[in-house]
Design a protein around this ligand. Structure first.
Ligand SMILES: NC(=O)c1ccc[n+]([C@@H]2O[C@H](COP(=O)([O-])OP(=O)(O)OC[C@H]3O[C@@H](n4cnc5c(N)ncnc54)[C@H](O)[C@@H]3O)[C@@H](O)[C@H]2O)c1
Length: 255
């Protein structure tokens, strides 16, 4: 694969899959705008990528919950590199993780302060929605582009404790991605949602069961995204793709 002269925006790019995507994309010749709220780590990672050569990375401190910061990130991508070919919405996570309590001790839904859920819904759903809105304007002008949303198996399963997360992810998987694809079609703009099962960006994800008996390596998720963005993946559009080791096919009967 070769992404020379292509530009991507990656959110949540200071860590995990957003970072790994940025590393891969630049190693394949592309340029990347890395957006994150974690300023210190973000610029460390940008410098590491640029020290390796090939494609270039630019860091932007951006809170995906803030539309003016989202537009500033889009504008930075266009002013630095001239186009936005791939928008990858990685920033996200479960709000209940912010409570730093063991899962077995999570308070029940009505007992969690509503601000915690505000965070979850804003980062996981509103952030990608804002970026979709902002970059569609540019992609419509250039008559091309790909928007990648990141869903989750939890969006299909639900979670009676961390409710913001499945609610937001389902919005990306089943409503927003298809809507973006419908809106973008006449401009050659595609939208695809990638929905992982457990991914080893955190060791604890190894505890989540799959049919294959293991969690994914982050690289397995990024390889799928790069394929969809490459010349070989151009007919994939408007779809939610589960990449979960078969967790979605597991027998759910409890006896
Ligand atoms: N790890 C998994 O098992 C798994 C499974 C399914 C889906 N996902 C999804 O994949 C995506 C990436 O997951 P990960 O494990 O690589 O994440 P991670 O926790 O390693 O990284 C998330 C990044 O998002 C940044 N971030 C948080 N709030 C932000 C905000 N308001 N604005 C901008 N950046 C912000 C953080 O600083 C961090 O760098 C997430 O959307 C997650 O929900 C992960």
């Amino acid at each position: 694969m070769d992404f020379t002269n292509k530009t991507a925006i990656s959110t949540g790019a200071a860590s995990g899959m957003g970072l790994l995507f940025s590393e891969n994309f630049t190693a394949l010749g592309g340029n990347v705008v890395m957006a994150d709220v974690n300023e210190e780590v973000l610029f460390e990672k940008v410098a590491e990528i640029n020290a390796r050569g090939k494609g270039r990375a630019v860091g932007v401190v951006c809170d995906v919950r803030d539309y003016s910061q989202v537009c500033a990130t889009r504008d930075k991508a266009v002013s630095e590199f001239g186009s936005i070919d791939i928008m990858a919405n990685f920033a996200g996570g479960t709000a209940t993780r912010m409570l730093k309590v063991r899962r077995s001790q999570y308070p029940e839904f009505p007992d969690v302060p509503i601000e915690v859920y505000d965070w979850g819904i804003d980062v996981n759903l509103k952030g990608p929605f804002y970026f979709g809105h902002a970059v569609m304007k540019q992609m419509r002008e250039q008559n091309s582009g790909l928007i990648i949303n990141i869903g989750s198996i939890t969006g299909a399963e639900g979670d009676g404790y961390g409710m913001d997360y499945p609610t937001s992810k389902a919005g990306l998987m089943y409503g927003f991605t298809k809507s973006l694809a419908q809106c973008g079609a006449k401009y050659g703009v595609r939208a695809v949602c990638i929905s992982p099962g457990p991914v080893l960006t955190r060791a604890a994800m190894a505890n989540m069961k799959t049919l294959l008996g293991r969690a994914a390596e982050p690289q397995e998720i990024i390889d799928l995204i790069l394929f969809i963005a490459s010349d070989k993946g151009q007919f994939i559009n408007g779809e939610n793709i589960m990449i979960d080791g078969g967790r979605n096919a597991m027998q759910r009967r409890s006896e």
